[in-house]
Design a protein around this ligand. Structure first.
Ligand code: HPA
Length: 283
């Protein structure tokens, strides 16, 4: 699909969401979230939730690993209108970058200005332990791909978007202001699906990465280009390959996510409250 077809596809999805949500809900939406491992339970804290399965939104890709369960859940947290993408698609499933960012682009076109992207990650920095949380202050896109490749579509941002501050300092401050144990760091986004080799982790450490994962960077690139303010939050589910002698297992990554879930949900709830009380441009 060309970029022009991409815009039409997204605007069809926008029209369907406007119809399903109604003007009052759409007008109240302030925050878009992508829920990674460990934060799926967040939808349970939404007040007046309305759930729309991905399959009912035209053009939205279905996550292959999760099969069922991928849905958009819209509701409020302390009066703040929030749209949660519970389930995301990854490049390693065979999707293209445009597919990976279609849902967040749709939410941006729907009028949402602020986004919180969450993920599970392997810890690289010396002081990291499983269960730690990292606020993204920057990223390394090491996927070799970008959602902005192709003919230029002005609705998706400038041809050569500035990326000096992909992760909004204001939203980082709001996350840190919750008082939760959070450390700022750099997230390296890789293609996957194999975990890294110890040599790759040594390379990433040298390059300045504090944590590594297989998502988030393309969503952040697409949203930053569209003028949204973006925050990123990583749950460190394991030490990266070679740092601990144990081999990495997906089940352990999932289990660590579940374990840290409650604290993470409380933190994000507090962030929503602070975001609701703040005004764009202030903390
Ligand atoms: N590497 C890449 N992606 C991950 C990891 C990891 O160690 N842990 C969770 N997602």
């Amino acid at each position: 699909m060309s970029q022009l077809g991409e815009l039409e596809s997204i605007d069809r999805a926008v029209a369907v969401l406007r119809e399903r949500l109604g003007p009052a809900r759409v007008a109240g939406l302030r925050l878009g979230m992508v829920l990674g491992s460990g934060l799926k339970g967040f939808v349970r804290v939404l007040q007046e939730p309305l759930e729309i399965p991905f399959r009912e939104v035209p053009g939205w890709p279905q996550p292959l690993v999760e099969g069922h369960g991928a849905s958009l859940v819209v509701g409020t947290v302390s009066g703040l209108g929030v749209a949660c993408l519970s389930g995301r698609v990854h490049l390693y499933e065979g999707w293209r970058p445009n597919d990976v960012v279609r849902a967040v682009r749709t939410l941006r076109r729907l009028g949402i200005g602020s986004f919180l992207l969450t993920n599970a990650a392997g810890g690289i920095a010396d002081d990291m332990a499983p269960g730690d949380l990292m606020v993204l202050r920057d990223h390394l896109n090491l996927t070799g791909q970008s959602p902005l490749i192709g003919p230029h579509e002005p609705a998706f941002g400038p041809r050569f978007p500035d990326q000096t501050r992909v992760y909004s300092p204001r939203l980082q401050q709001l996350l840190l202001a919750t008082g939760a144990r959070l450390r700022p760091g750099v997230y390296a986004g890789l293609l996957g699906p194999s975990y890294e080799t110890p040599a790759e982790i040594r390379m990433l450490r040298t390059l300045g990465a504090d944590a590594v994962g297989m998502s988030t960077v393309h969503e952040a690139i697409a949203l930053n280009a569209m003028g949204a303010e973006v925050a990123g939050l990583s749950l460190v589910t394991n030490l990266a390959a070679g740092i601990s002698p144990q081999p990495l297992a997906h089940d352990e990554v999932v289990a660590a996510g579940v374990q840290a879930g409650a604290a993470l949900i409380a933190l994000v709830q507090d962030f929503c409250k602070r975001l609701g009380a703040s005004r764009s441009g202030s903390v």
